[in-house]
Ligand binder design. Structure first.
Ligand SMILES: NC(=O)c1ccc[n+]([C@@H]2O[C@H](COP(=O)([O-])OP(=O)(O)OC[C@H]3O[C@@H](n4cnc5c(N)ncnc54)[C@H](OP(=O)(O)O)[C@@H]3O)[C@@H](O)[C@H]2O)c1
Length: 309
C-alpha cells in the first residue's frame, strides 16, 4: 500500500520503519536538515529496549501536492505544528488521513479539513504508544512491543479499517480502536501535563524531580485536579481506572512517580515546552467553564512559565 508519513521526527520515523518493514511503499515528508539526513542516511533507529539498530532507505518528499495520492496519510508531529499542515492536507486528494499525537482540539482540526477539502475525506486521530528522543542523525526509540497505536474517529467509527488492516498485516504492530478518541486524547493530556511541567521546571533533570518530594506530591495532585475538571465538564476519563487510582492512592502514585523518574527509560521520552503550552492553554480555556479549582496544576504552570521569562 502507498503510505505517507508526514513529519519524520521521533514518532514518524518509528512508524515509517514499521510500515516499510511490513512491505508498504512508504514515503516520508520531511523538511530542512531532517530531510537531508534522511536522504543521506535513511531512517536510522536505535531500538533502546530491543538493543538493535535499523536503517531504512525510504523516499523523502518535502511538500505535499494536490495529486500525490496515498492510501493513508499519517501526520506525526507536535500538536502546535498540526495547524500549519492542515491546508496542504485539505487540498490533497488522498481519502484517508490520521493525525497522530497529542491533540486538544481534534474537532476543530477535523472541521477545518472538511470545510477546505474539495473531496470528502475519512479523518481519524491516533496516538502512538511509544517514546523516543532524537540524537545526532538517529532516533532512539522506546517501545515495549512491536509498536502500538490507539485510533478513533470523532463521534464515528473509523471507516477505513480494512485499509489499515492491509497496511499493518505483515507487521506485529497493534492497532486499538477507541470509540471516544477525543476524550481519550483529553485524558492523556492530563496524564502528561504535570509530568512534563515538572521536567521542564527541573531542566529535564528527572532525578532532580525524583528527589523533590514536594514536587512529586504536587504532580500527583495536579493530575487529580485535571481529571476532576474534565469530569466536571462532562468528558469521560479514559482509562477511568487511572483517575480512580490517582484519587484514591496518592502515596502509591507518589512512589510510582519517584521510581519512574529514576529509571533510565524515563529520559528516553521527549517533551517540548511549546507543545505543552499549546495543550495547557486549551485546557485553561476549557476550565473557564468549570468551578473546579486546580491550585497544584496552576502552580506547576506558573513555575514553568517563570523559567521561560
Ligand atoms: N517523543 C516522545 O517521546 C513522545 C512520546 C509520546 C508521545 N509523543 C507525541 O507524539 C507527537 C509527535 O512527537 P515527536 O516526538 O515525534 O515530535 P518530533 O520529533 O518533533 O517530530 C515532528 C516532526 O514533524 C516535523 N514537522 C513539523 N512541522 C512540519 C511541517 N510544517 N512540515 C514538515 N514537517 C514538519 C518536524 O520537523 P523539524 O524537525 O524540521 O521541526 C519533526 O521532524 C507529539 O504530540 C508528542 O507529544 C512523543
Amino acid at each position: 500500500m502507498r503510505v505517507l508519513v508526514y513529519g519524520a521526527g521521533i514518532q514518524g520515523s518509528l512508524l515509517a520503519h514499521v510500515l516499510a518493514t511490513g512491505g508498504n511503499d512508504v514515503t516520508v515528508l520531511a523538511r530542512g536538515k531532517r530531510a537531508e539526513e534522511l536522504r543521506s542516511n535513511g531512517i536510522v533507529i536505535r531500538h533502546y529496549i530491543q538493543r538493535k539498530t535499523t536503517v531504512d532507505k525510504i523516499k523523502v518528499i518535502h511538500e505535499l501536492n494536490k495529486d500525490d495520492v496515498y492510501d493513508v496519510i499519517f501526520i506525526t508531529m507536535k500538536y502546535t505544528d498540526f495547524p500549519h499542515v492542515l491546508p496542504a492536507l485539505a487540498q490533497n486528494s488522498s481519502e484517508n488521513i490520521i493525525l497522530v499525537g497529542n491533540n486538544a482540539t481534534a474537532s476543530e482540526m477535523e472541521a477545518y479539513i472538511e470545510a477546505n477539502s474539495e473531496k470528502a475525506k475519512n479523518i481519524a486521530f491516533g496516538f502512538q504508544l511509544s517514546g523516543g528522543i532524537k540524537e545526532e542523525n538517529r532516533i532512539i526509540a522506546l517501545r515495549f512491543n512491536a509498536g502500538e497505536m490507539v485510533i478513533g474517529g470523532l463521534e464515528k467509527e473509523v471507516n477505513f479499517k480494512d485499509v489499515l488492516e492491509q497496511i499493518f498485516k505483515n507487521t506485529k504492530y497493534k492497532i486499538t480502536y477507541e470509540k471516544n478518541i477525543d476524550d481519550w486524547l483529553k485524558s492523556h493530556i492530563i496524564l502528561i501535563l504535570p509530568m512534563n511541567l515538572a521536567a521542564h521546571i527541573k531542566d529535564n533533570n528527572l532525578k532532580a524531580v525524583a528527589r523533590d518530594h514536594g514536587m512529586l506530591r504536587q504532580l500527583v495532585a495536579a493530575m487529580d485536579e485535571g481529571y476532576d475538571v474534565l469530569k466536571d465538564l462532562g468528558y469521560e476519563i479514559i482509562p477511568a481506572q487511572h483517575a480512580h487510582f490517582v484519587k484514591r492512592y496518592k502515596l502509591l502514585n507518589f512512589l510510582f512517580y519517584k521510581l519512574y523518574h529514576c529509571l533510565p527509560i524515563a529520559s528516553k521520552v521527549e517533551g517540548s515546552f511549546a507543545e505543552l503550552k499549546g495543550l495547557y492553554d486549551v485546557f485553561y480555556k476549557m476550565k473557564a467553564e468549570s468551578k473546579v479549582i486546580t491550585p497544584n496544576l496552576d502552580s506547576l504552570v506558573h513555575e514553568s512559565e517563570a523559567k521561560i521569562r
